[in-house]
Structures are given as structure tokens and as C-alpha cells.
Design a protein around this ligand. Structure first.
Ligand SMILES: NC(=O)c1ccc[n+]([C@@H]2O[C@H](COP(=O)([O-])OP(=O)(O)OC[C@H]3O[C@@H](n4cnc5c(N)ncnc54)[C@H](OP(=O)(O)O)[C@@H]3O)[C@@H](O)[C@H]2O)c1
Length: 226
């Protein structure tokens, strides 16, 4: 089998674009999401995955293991974001952000270690500027992304012996379906578009295997959304 990639959140937005790009680049792609996608290709496996469920994550990896024992590339991308002031944020919403964006990657990476290839595998995490900077009215999202970054920083050191690459991307706002549900005042003209994001992603994926990008922050020319 050619190079294998795993992409979480492959049903929409960045994950869908990433999956298409990787298939066109010759990868066999295992995409995970709850709703799946219409994308059809002989090198694309659309596998059900709910990152908030330990059973679902384990079943996802059982399926992947039927086809491959190695992953050259892991794209830790899936995530949710809802906007609300603290007073309107329910405990359920706060916990769902942590379950999806923080505990989800924990469950994902717990299952990934046997698939890693020494000196070879590349793990790319789509974090956000919200993993490093606070924004108003997204405390649940901010907390969950800060938490995910802390988890990854620890894992990077714990897995040093594997000599794999950890790249963390910190994009600003990108015009994807994520914003459709938020009903905010922000202008889409002040956001990156998916092809802007993909130009950075392609650069990172195609960089020589001696390079990793521990912290790559990129924004729209006009700066942070305000
Ligand atoms: N758009 C932005 O402005 C922006 C900026 C910086 C960083 N990011 C980050 O980029 C990543 C992708 O976002 P996007 O803009 O592409 O959003 P999107 O279009 O809403 O896509 C989110 C993806 O995550 C998946 N997902 C959500 N909950 C899941 C769960 N419990 N289990 C498995 N998959 C789940 C969704 O699939 P299902 O619903 O089918 O499960 C979907 O495929 C996120 O981590 C986001 O935080 C986005």
C-alpha cells in the first residue's frame, strides 16, 4: 500500500479539503467523522468515528487495522466551536467542547502508538490561535484548545524515542461550515478561505522529512477578528 494518512473530521470544512488533497497526492486516506461524506475514491475509507466515545474510537481503529498497520501521516483536525457568553454557556456545552476537542484527541492518540513508524510518521494537529490567545464569548472553545495543546506538548516529549514529527498549526479564522452555525457578526471577508489554509497545509506536508513545525501561526492579512 502507498503512504497512509488518517484524518479526523473528514466530513466537512478543512478535514474534507485535506482528505481530497491527500488522495490526489497519492495517499490512502482513512477519514473519520460521525456523519461521513459523499467523497468516493478507491483510496478513501470513510469510517464512522465519534471522538466523544471510547468505544467508537476503538472500533474506528479496528477498521483501520484491517487495512494497514502503519500511518505515515495523522491529521488531528476534528473539532467543534460554539459562541456564547459565559452566562449563556451550559455545563453540557462546556463539557461537550472538552469531550470533543480535548478528550477526543486523548482517545485518538491512545490508539495511534502501534501505527507509528520510527523516523517517519508526521502528526499534524489543527489547533487554532484560540489554543494560545483568549477571545471573548468562546470560553469553552478556548479552554478545550488550550487543553489540547497542553496534552500534545506532553505527548511530544513522552514519544521522543519514536523520532516522529509533531506539527501544530495555529490558524486564525477560516471561512468554513464551522461558522454557519454560529450566527456571528463577523465578516467572512476578514477570514482566510479554505484554499489559503490548504496552501499552508500543502507546504507543511510536502516539506522535507527532516523538518517539523512546532508552532505555525497564520492569519488573514487584516489580523485577528474583532
Ligand atoms: N474554521 C475556523 O475558523 C477555524 C480556525 C482555526 C482552527 N479551526 C479548527 O479546524 C478544525 C476543523 O474545523 P472546520 O472549520 O473544518 O469545521 P467544520 O467544517 O465544522 O468541520 C468539523 C469536523 O469535525 C468533525 N467532528 C465534530 N465533532 C466530532 C466528533 N465528536 N467526532 C468526530 N468528528 C467530529 C465534524 O464531523 P461530524 O460532524 O460529521 O462528526 C467535521 O468533519 C477544528 O478543530 C477547528 O477548531 C477552525
Amino acid at each position: 500500500m502507498e503512504k497512509c494518512a488518517l484524518v479526523t473530521g473528514s466530513s466537512s470544512g478543512l478535514g474534507l479539503e485535506i482528505s481530497k488533497f491527500l488522495i490526489n497526492s497519492g495517499y490512502t486516506v482513512f477519514g473519520g467523522s460521525r456523519s461521513g461524506t459523499d467523497l468516493e475514491h478507491e483510496n478513501f475509507y470513510d469510517v464512522e468515528l465519534d471522538l466523544t466515545s471510547e468505544d467508537s474510537v476503538e472500533e474506528f481503529f479496528e477498521t483501520v487495522r484491517e487495512f494497514t498497520s502503519k500511518l505515515d501521516l495523522v491529521v488531528n483536525n476534528a473539532g467543534i466551536c460554539e459562541m456564547a457568553p459565559l452566562a449563556d454557556t451550559s455545563l453540557e456545552q462546556f463539557e461537550l467542547h472538552l469531550a470533543t476537542n480535548t478528550v477526543g484527541p486523548f482517545l485518538l492518540f491512545k490508539n495511534i502508538e502501534p501505527f507509528l513508524i520510527k523516523n517517519e510518521s508526521h502528526i499534524i494537529s489543527i489547533l487554532s490561535t484560540a489554543a494560545k490567545y483568549g477571545y471573548p464569548n468562546v470560553s469553552a472553545y478556548n479552554a478545550s484548545k488550550f487543553g489540547q495543546l497542553g496534552f500534545l506538548e506532553s505527548l511530544k516529549k513522552e514519544w521522543k524515542e519514536h523520532k516522529i514529527r509533531f506539527t501544530n498549526l495555529f490558524p486564525g479564522a477560516i471561512d468554513t461550515p464551522l461558522w454557519d452555525k454560529m450566527g456571528t457578526k463577523f465578516s467572512r471577508d476578514k477570514m482566510l478561505n479554505a484554499s489559503d489554509f490548504m496552501s499552508v497545509f500543502e507546504f507543511v506536508v510536502n516539506a522535507p522529512s527532516t523538518i517539523q513545525f512546532p508552532e505555525l501561526t497564520f492569519l488573514h492579512r487584516d489580523g485577528f477578528l474583532e
